[in-house]
Design a protein around this ligand. Structure first.
Ligand code: GLV
Ligand code: MN
Ligand code: MN
Length: 419
């Protein structure tokens, strides 16, 4: 069993480890694979399970109209803006046990350890479990934190549909989330600070044998959807000249996405065509309709946007040449977020106090912190994970690595809630 200590405070991980396994069992797929899509029966069970844990620990629980869950430890001055931590528990299909979960259950553990150690917070501490950090159901990530920050309007959220055509309103109401989506937006100054603990999801910390990554910046994500329309026909009877094959246009566009990322001039540009649906989807029928979705990111917004413009121009040229029409839909195009320098220094000080090795880094994945940074000073604490694997069943962080992250998080929450 791994432990790490900070002053008199000891983070033992057997309880946390057991809870991570219990939560992983609330999944469509058997462990170690985890699939927990937002507002699915598994997500609803996970919420109930977490609520029971939080109440058992003596914390208050409330939910906002989009299902963001708030676990509150009331401070001695409850009117002061609270200190917040948290992450997500929804999981993409065939994911692992740790993405998001370490920030939620690790946040709960940090609060319990502080409480058990006799800490009396002046500011309240709130653990937030954000709704739909993953884009699986509604096609857009960080839905809960986007609404909290006001980046997505209630009207935009209401227009969202899942692949079966069910609306966010229908699904959230069925999940027991009451009230208007307009009430989700946080007022300015609602929180003093937000600190998110997360696995790195990349290989750098493990390779360098570093305990803690202190995140300074979160890369700028963007995503777009293309609906391509060509002309179908018999795969044997229609000769090659003059075909309007929508899939071949998509294939050229996917290669252009790769080229634009490789040639953007920034080493941090990444482009992924992760979703392609081809219709009618028969071996002997020419593809007439394609839906494709592309994820495109960089830490440098200018480089990303320039590469996106190149993809846009190239897409129109490809489609024109192939006689295919294109409907280009922007899913999101967000700026990067900078972490707060004084919180970066706080994480560094707490990591040093806990005897952890550390390095500053950027987050290439997006997180709810990207949007919380628009609401209040924000920072992220990364811990190593095996080979950097994430979004796959063999994602793994050791109990020792998690204990160190929770210890540093607890140190930050203690310090911030006392001021
Ligand atoms: C989050 O899951 C991401 O795709 O960065
Ligand atoms: Mn994820
Ligand atoms: Mn995550």
């Amino acid at each position: 069993m791994g432990t790490a200590s900070l002053g008199g405070m000891k983070v033992g991980v057997s309880r946390l480890d057991r809870e991570i396994d219990e939560l992983a069992a609330i999944s469509v797929h058997p462990a170690p694979a985890v699939t927990r899509v937002i507002f699915s029966p598994e997500d609803l069970s996970a919420r109930e399970w977490l609520t029971v844990l939080a109440k058992e620990a003596g914390f208050l629980v409330r939910q906002d109209p989009v299902g963001n869950l708030f676990i509150r430890w009331e401070g001695s001055e409850p009117c002061l803006p609270a200190v917040a931590t948290g992450s997500h528990t929804d999981a993409i299909p065939n994911a692992g046990k740790y993405d998001g979960v370490v920030g939620v259950l690790g946040g709960l553990e940090a609060m319990r350890v502080l409480k058990e150690g006799g800490h009396v917070p002046k500011r309240s501490i709130e653990l937030i479990m954000f709704t739909s950090e993953e884009p699986t159901r509604f096609g857009i990530g960080c839905l809960g934190s986007r609404l909290m920050a006001g980046t997505t309007s209630p009207e935009q959220a209401q227009a969202l549909r899942d692949p079966e055509g069910r609306s966010l309103d229908e699904l959230r109401e069925a999940a027991g989330c009451r009230g208007s989506l307009g009430a989700v937006k946080l007022s300015t100054g609602a929180y003093k600070a937000f600190v998110e603990l997360h696995i790195e999801q990349g290989p750098l910390l493990e390779a360098a044998e570093i305990d803690i990554g202190v995140v300074e910046k979160i890369a700028a994500p963007s995503a777009f959807r293309l609906l391509l329309k060509g002309q179908g026909g018999h795969a044997g009877a229609v000769l090659m000249p003059g075909r309007k094959d929508a899939f071949l246009a998509a294939a050229e566009i996917a290669l252009l996405v790769e080229k634009a990322a490789l040639e953007s001039g920034s080493p941090d540009t990444v482009g992924t065509t992760g979703l392609v649906e081809v219709k009618p989807g028969a071996i002997n029928s020419i593809p007439c309709d394609v839906k494709m979705e592309v994820d495109f990111r960089d830490t440098n917004k200018e480089a990303r946007d320039k590469a996106l413009a190149r993809i846009g121009d190239g897409t129109h040229a490809i489609c024109k040449r192939r006689g295919v029409t294109v409907d280009w839909q922007v899913i999101n195009q967000d700026p990067p977020a900078l972490c707060d320098p004084s919180l970066v220094a706080l994480v560094e000080a707490q990591a040093a106090k806990a005897g952890c090795t550390q390095q500053r880094m950027i987050s290439r994945a997006y997180h709810d912190s990207l949007f919380m940074a628009r609401v209040c000073p924000t920072v992220m604490i990364f811990i190593p994970c095996y080979k950097g694997y994430s979004h796959r069943p063999d994602e793994y962080s050791s109990p020792e690595a998690i204990a160190k992250g929770v210890t540093v998080l607890a140190g930050c929450l203690k310090e911030l809630s006392a001021r």
